[in-house]
Design a protein around this ligand. Structure first.
Ligand SMILES: [Zn+2]
Length: 115
């Protein structure tokens, strides 16, 4: 399963970040996820829970912040939200654009540490 290997790499990244702060317990991992990352949110949440078992992150939560897709319209010279991820065009003038500004995110943004 694709999401399982992603969950494992998140756990690995979070564990090494946490160990830099000493022997802390992570209560939550915050992740930014774009629709173009190819990752299914629910599958990732499920995989994370499984993959956490018997690691330093056992019992922590994965908090996913979903970021919308943004494209740059060369016609309007503005960032726009496309009608759908299958239709990468400007919702105002209809211009197709390959310039995706945001939406591929799959990044660790923060860790919450237990006191
Ligand atoms: Zn436009």
């Amino acid at each position: 399963m694709h999401e399982l290997s992603i969950a494992l790499s998140i756990i690995e990244g979070a564990s090494s970040e946490a160990s830099r702060h000493g022997d802390v317990k992570v209560s939550a991992v915050h992740l930014k996820l774009g629709p173009l990352s190819g990752v299914v949110k629910d599958a990732l949440l499920f995989s994370f829970e499984l993959a956490c078992e018997e690691t330093a992150l056992e019992g922590s939560r994965l908090v996913i912040e979903e970021v919308p897709v943004l494209v740059f319209c060369p016609n309007c010279k503005m960032e726009r939200t496309p009608p759908s991820i299958q239709q990468m065009c400007c919702p105002v003038c209809g211009e197709w654009t390959p310039q995706v500004v945001q939406g591929h995110e799959l990044e660790l943004v923060a860790l919450e540490i237990c006191e």
